[in-house]
Design a protein around this ligand. Structure first.
Ligand code: ZN
Length: 124
């Protein structure tokens, strides 16, 4: 067995890992915490743009620039899926009842509760 083959495989694996993690564009310079902002619908008034469910979706650069947000009852922050009609009915079941943080799945919510709230409760 050629010992250099192992090193070559390791180096290739490391290179693959780096390629996977390296951004392929400058988009991450614009994003907070590498997350896309939730899509929002806006409507133009005489002198401003305001959030309006009957309005039109903003494109990403404008959404990033304006950072429009409104407090929503029962949510810590606007859920990414808030405007998705197929998920809208599941928003409350995926939201932490303790802190209001939305999760993309019930599994992620349960992991959040287990890791954040149960640890806090057992720490006392
Ligand atoms: Zn929580």
């Amino acid at each position: 067995m050629d010992p250099t083959a192992l090193y070559a495989d390791d180096a290739e694996e490391d290179l693959g890992r780096l390629e996977c993690c390296r951004p392929r564009s400058g988009l991450f310079r614009l994003l907070d915490n590498r997350f896309l902002p939730p899509p929002v619908k806006v409507k133009g008034t005489l002198d401003d743009l305001v959030l309006d469910e009957g309005g039109q979706f903003l494109n990403l650069p404008v959404n990033l620039a304006l950072r429009l947000s409104a407090s929503l009852k029962d949510f810590l922050q606007r859920p990414y899926d808030y405007s998705c009609p197929t998920v809208k009915l599941r928003l409350s079941s995926r939201t932490c009842k303790t802190c209001g943080l939305y999760h993309a799945s019930v599994k992620a919510l349960n992991r959040h509760i287990e890791n954040i709230h149960k640890k806090v409760n057992t720490a006392h």
